[in-house]
Design a protein around this ligand. Sequence first.
Ligand SMILES: Nc1ncnc2c1ncn2[C@@H]1O[C@H](COP(=O)(O)OP(=O)(O)O)[C@@H](O)[C@H]1O
Ligand SMILES: [Mg+2]
Ligand SMILES: [Zn+2]
Length: 425
Amino acid sequence: MGAAGFIEPEKLYGYYFLAELSLSGLIRPVPGILPLAILARDEEAKGLVVSRGNAREAAIVRELPVYAPDTLLECVQFLRGELLIEPQPETSVDPSRSSSPSMGADFAEVKGQLAAKRAMEIAAAGNHNILLIGPPGSGKTMLAQRLPGILPPLSFEESLDVTRVYSVAGLLSPEEGVLRERPFRAPHHTVSNVAMIGGGRNPRPGEVSLAHRGVLFLDELPEYAKASLEALRQPLEDGVVTVSRAAGTVVYPARCMLVAAMNPCPCGYLGDAGHACSCSAEQVAHYRHKLSGPLLDRIDLHVEAPAVPYSELRAPTRPEDNRWSSAAMSERIIAAREIQRKRYAGSQTRCNAELSGSTLEKYCALTESCHALMQSAMSRLALSARAYSRILRVARTIADLAGEDAISESFLAEAIGLRALDRPV
Ligand SMILES: Nc1ncnc2c1ncn2[C@@H]1O[C@H](COP(=O)(O)OP(=O)(O)O)[C@@H](O)[C@H]1O
Ligand SMILES: [Mg+2]
Ligand SMILES: [Zn+2]
């Protein structure tokens, strides 16, 4: 309209526009408004013009006037100064609203499983990926669903960061506003590579990006196609996914915690007190072998979640169980994260899970007696060098949860115990 002389070009300066224009001149909504609104704010736009259907989403962003004319004609009149359009009121951000399945679910509801809860707390405190191993019905899914609820609350900017992935994916309903809960995604093991990682002809974020700043839960880990698991490795390492297409590449954020679950063997009951396992040693080895390799390398913690005996399931909640309520766990996790934030301030590292090479050496120094313990564990369990660095990172987190500077033998021993898959079957 500017080029055709309907509007003086300088009246357009500083405005951003994103919508679909119908042949009749109606202005229609499109997905992906929030990222543009954030960009427009960062570039100090004079205003963002969107369809009425997108106005609420755009107005999540503060300090950006958002205008929503109904038609192209109204838009032109507005820009010429002939029609007054009031800016859209800022969308209120109600912290109690949520679409996450973990909302309201509390670790206190999971009976028994103290070792698994402790491991979840360590995982959340250091941002470590974790694998739960146990028979069907022991509560692995319950545990995983409660993880987003004990991670530190999202800041407003982090919420925007999460919401814009949903915006681009077209998964944000107009009423929803900004997402305040950490996401929880649980793609089925039949998920396609594109659905997991992102991509397609019109590229869309995959599950790993929809789980950004939240939890990606892979139930029955050995059932996933090897190719999907391998494809996850890079995003988990880099925190971003790069999707190529003919016209160039798209980068989506993908900084999530991975929680995986699996049975101890194909029938599910290896080591279970109540059921006999019907698998041969080869079947067990084959089943576990499916996991070997790159993805398992990204998982710092393996923990067993055995079946909970009936007596424990029916036992009433005792006062000491409060220690394992989501609120109590969350408090300890926030304190441990604060220690990491201070320790790593000004460096590339944000949390213990990211320690490697020289930072690992620097922050996870061991005393002589710890070295001796580590050495005997490594030869007894035939641990690899990779297992070694994973144990050190986890020991660092355990020390942070205890508020201690030094890694003691007991912290190290606990970390060594959290490598169930490294032990012989
Ligand atoms: N430790 C537990 N405490 C309380 N309820 C449990 C526990 N374990 C299992 N349940 C019950 O059994 C159901 C199935 O648990 P689930 O987490 O799906 O097991 P899994 O994922 O290990 O197969 C749950 O919905 C819950 O009702
Ligand atoms: Mg389950
Ligand atoms: Zn079995």
